[in-house]
Structure formats: C-alpha cells, structure tokens
Design a protein around this ligand. Structure first.
Ligand code: PAF
Length: 301
C-alpha cells in the first residue's frame, strides 16, 4: 500500500481520546489548559446511567462549544429519606464508552467525599419557583440540585451548560440561580427525548415492569391530550387540566401527584394559558416516581 494512503487511513481511524478523572486538581489543570488555548467550554451535569436523552445533551453541548465536559455524580444531597439513592442505576464502564464514542472531551466522576468533604455545610436555597410541585413532593430536592450545580459551575467555570427539559422546574431554578448570583454561564434547555410511543426517557424507566411501562404512558398521553386541547382552542388552565384528568381516569392505575399549569419563568400557576405555558405532571407507577412536561404550543415534540 502506498505510504500516503497508509497515512490517510491512520488519520481517519484515529480515535478520539477522552480524559476521565475523579480528581478536582486534574479537572482544573485540564480546564486551565483548554482556557489558555482559547476554547469555549460546555458542561453537561448528569447523574450517569446514560440514555439517548443524555446523548442529546452532549450533542447540544458540542454544538455550543469546542470542548465538552460531562460530570457524572449521583448527588446524595438531592435525594430525600426513603428515595432511591441506593438503587439509583449505575454503569460506569458503559457510560465511559458512550461518552467517549459521543466525543466528550472530559468525564468528571467525583466521589461523594470529594464533592462534600467533611464539614461542608453551605447550601443554595431555591426561591418561590422551587416551593411547589417537585418542591412539595421532594422536600430539599432542589436545594441539593442547586448546591451541586453551583459547585460544578465553580469547578468547571463553563461558558454554557446544558440541561434537559424533562426536569423543567430544575432548569427554571438553575436559570434563576445563574441570574440571581450573577453567573456568566448560558443555560441551554434541550427538548425531552422520547421512546417512539411517547414515554419520556429517564434513568428510572429501568425500574418499570412491562405492564408498569404501559401504565406510565398515561403521563405522556395526558400531556398529548393537553396539547390537543390547546390546538382545539382551549385557553384556560382549568380546561386543560380537565382534559388531562379524564385521560388519566380512563388509563387508571397511575397515582398522580400533581398536574401543574405554570408560567415557564417563575413556575407559578396561571389561569389563562398561552404558547409558552408549561404543563407538568408527576405520578407513581408501582414504586417508581415519574415526571414529564410539555410547553403547550410545542406538545410532545
Ligand atoms: O438532572 C440531573 O441529572 C441532576 O439533577 C443534576 C442536574 C445532574 C444535578 O445532580
């Protein structure tokens, strides 16, 4: 084989090498190197156990910046007593491979002791937008989320950070934190990735049996019903909720915790709905708690 063809083959098969670290000094040395090279840095904070929703966040991060950092940390601070911290699915080796194949530049996987050394006490407390809905059913959850996101923002100092729309109340609170604490980071919210039948991807879907998975479709089905009501001209929150409720009653076997019809910026209830109104729903199927939402004019997407 001629030498120039051999060289081209070698170049085209050169694999992307991802850095993986559990250590803050190593992370920060790498970040400093990228910054001095003039790179823009995107952060994708995750709790690992990657699915296509995470990969969509990584792809968006890649569109936003030259270097992509993904953090993978199951954050104990955002789990309440009796929640699924110990069962939360983990597969570090599979995650490493998926991240590398997706072109992630650095995977940061700190331990609990590194993120919360003994004596750590200061937390970030959400305002009114975190009080209801997830805030009611998961007391302390958003304090845990904002605290770990604040720490990650300090450690990585990203130019941009990507969050999933599936956790839309979380995304609203992160935006508020960035605004209120004068953080110079753009927050990009990436649409929810769904199974072909509408089920929102979630790491917790692995908990569902086949029949529970069918019942879980009640959530996306109710949201699709809200979207149909909107398209048919319904403009009241009460009307949208009533349409969802009759869908849920027909499906049955879903223990609904809330249906929220709220404005996207403050996550407060609205009486009249418009294009940007968020409809969010949470419920339990067996022992699994699931959440989902739409922006009314966009539907399931
Ligand atoms: O959305 C999540 O996976 C988590 O809440 C986050 C943002 C990574 C913080 O632990």
């Amino acid at each position: 084989m001629p030498a120039d063809i051999r060289m081209r083959n070698t170049a085209s098969t050169k694999r992307h090498v991802m850095h993986v670290t559990t250590q803050v000094p190593e992370l920060q040395t790498w970040i400093a190197g990228r910054r001095s090279a003039g790179d823009r840095i995107a952060l994708v904070p995750t709790m690992g156990y990657f699915h296509d929703g995470h990969l969509a966040l990584i792809d968006e991060a890649r569109r936003q910046a030259g270097k992509v950092v993904v953090s993978s940390f199951v954050n104990p601070l955002q789990f309440g007593p009796g929640e699924d911290l110990d069962q939360y699915p983990r597969d570090d080796e599979r995650d490493r491979q998926l991240a590398e194949d997706r072109g992630v530049d650095l995977l940061f996987r700190p331990s609990v002791a590194i993120m919360y050394p003994p004596g750590s006490e200061i937390h970030v407390v959400p305002g009114a937008a975190g009080a209801d809905w997830e805030g009611t059913f998961r007391p302390g959850h958003f304090e845990g989320v904002l605290t770990v996101v604040a720490k990650l923002f300090h450690l990585v100092a990203p130019d941009v950070a990507c969050f999933g729309q599936k956790d839309i109340q979380q995304a609203t609170l992160v935006r508020q934190m960035v605004r209120d604490l004068d953080w110079n980071v753009d927050i990009v919210v990436v649409p929810t990735v769904r199974e072909p039948d509408g089920l929102a991807l979630s790491s917790r879907n692995v908990y569902l049996s086949e029949s529970e998975r069918r019942q879980a479709l009640g959530l996306s089905g109710a949201l699709a019903e809200a979207h149909r009501a909107w398209r048919a001209g319904e403009r009241t929150a009460a009307g949208v909720k009533a349409r969802m409720q009759s869908h849920l009653d027909a499906v049955g076997r879903l223990e609904i915790e809330y249906i929220a019809v709220v404005d996207p910026a403050r996550f407060q209830p609205v009486a009249a709905v418009d294009d940007e109104t968020v409809v969010a729903v949470a419920g339990r199927v067996g022992r699994t708690r699931l959440i989902d939402n739409i922006v009314l004019s966009r539907g399931l997407g």
